[in-house]
Design a protein around this ligand. Sequence first.
Ligand code: HEC
Ligand code: HEC
Ligand code: HEC
Ligand code: HEC
Length: 401
Amino acid sequence: MAIAPNRLLIDLGDFVPGLGKPAEIKLGLYTTALPAMGYDVVGVGELDVRTIKDTRKSPFEQAKIPQICANLVYEDTKKPLLKKPYFIKKMPSGLRVAVIGIMGNMTMNPQLAKQNGIIVLPPGETVRKTIDSLKGKADLFVVLAHSGYEEAKKLAADVPGIDIVLSSHPSTVNTDFERVGNTILMHCKGNSKYVGKLVLNIDSEGKIASAVGTEDLLDAKMEKDAKMQKLIDDAEAAVQEFYNSSNPHVGGPPAPGMPPSQSEPGAFVGAQRCIGCHLSIHQTWQKTKHAQAFDDMKKKDPNATMNPNCLSCHTTGYMMNGGYTTETATPYLRDVGCESCHGPGVRHLRTPSDKGYGATTELTCRKCHDGTNSPKFDYAKYLDKIAHKSTSQIVKPPESP
Ligand code: HEC
Ligand code: HEC
Ligand code: HEC
Ligand code: HEC
């Protein structure tokens, strides 16, 4: 694809799909591929916040691509999550384009923010202040709104001076391009399946004379780039190697079909092993969709039982030590069992009265209930449907568990 000289390449964020090694590998792919393709600037998605917070820096720092966000600050220090709130590019034509990053309240809702130790400053007010501070330093103002469509539209309507709002995060709306007053709004589809293109005609005063926005589907018809294909193949091979090498059972595998023994640290034991002391919780769980997640997956696609991209969410402990490997080796770990949310249970079985096993947060759910597979996910509502909170249900452990 020919790239015009006066161009800006942007990604709106959500680079860390889930947790663990495979997510790390995928992030590595983005931080290598984006600079190789000449990306100018990237935004931040709610999925990226944890990684940034844990390392206290943008994963794109080494790649020298600015990752921008103007309205996320640490709750404790009140310092910004990312060093750069905005980015200005001077085009060969002389036009100066300011790009401002924003996180929405819908995507980073108060509960998720609290769990991350983050405060979301009001998006509209933040953009207004940032534009004011850049008067005379830029000719065109672009806002990257990781907020979903509705909030982005409101931003476009409410804040004067924005020329373009690019919004991201899965959404039910299917508009690509529209005008909200004098502002252009483009909602970008996710999952790296599309590339949005906004072509602007700039008049002699540096204002947008006309604009055309389209989204191109990245399907098999798209010409492949050998260098990119190699990066993708390498990343996929690394994920596969991780799956193959991750020792399914620390201390040696149990007999086929048998849960691991209690001496194996970190191992998953299966929901069956919880019945003895949490009978009524087990009965409640059995009535939830989680208890039929494997069969439902299989019904929809018989090949799914071989597909890491399905098993990671429809089994227990997949790609973790002592977690699900295959249907015959680990039948007790089919489905979304207790340990999918509470973590490996071996130690808890040994010392059940030790406090602190199995703490959960909204992120526990979000590793599976992501924007693609569970677009309607609402923590409070979903929690309600699977609720089994009642300490009184716990039966006293027998003499020798
Ligand atoms: C031998 C009995 C026994 C078995 C088996 C058992 N538990 Fe427990 N569990 C307990 C007891 C007792 C407590 C209460 C600990 C306390 O708060 O004092 C508990 C507490 C918990 C808690 C709350 C922990 C906390 O600190 O609030 C979770 C979560 C839990 N169990 C999950 C499981 C899961 C999942 C399994 C199966 C892998 C399981 N338990 C198997 C006895 C058992
Ligand atoms: C390991 C992945 C995984 C985790 C973790 C997970 N879920 Fe799920 N959840 C699923 C899958 C897969 C289904 C679909 C099962 C099916 O329909 O067969 C599902 C379905 C559900 C449903 C049923 C939705 C409906 O339409 O009836 C609810 C409610 C739900 N999950 C709530 C939660 C909550 C709340 C959490 C966190 C406390 C959570 N889940 C954690 C994978 C997961
Ligand atoms: C990132 C986690 C994740 C992955 C990967 C995933 N699922 Fe799911 N799946 C879910 C969750 C969560 C739900 C429940 C969604 C809800 O009700 O909100 C679900 C629901 C389902 C359902 C029941 C609802 C429906 O659409 O009929 C089926 C069947 C299903 N998934 C099959 C698959 C298959 C096949 C694959 C692999 C191609 C797959 N899933 C990959 C998390 C995942
Ligand atoms: C989809 C995720 C999920 C699954 C699957 C799940 N739990 Fe839980 N569990 C939770 C959440 C979330 C809480 C906290 C509930 C709350 O705060 O309202 C919880 C709480 C608990 C508690 C503490 C109850 C209390 O009174 O504090 C126990 C014990 C427990 N679960 C055991 C189990 C057992 C046993 C299973 C399997 C039979 C199981 N859980 C399956 C998410 C899950």
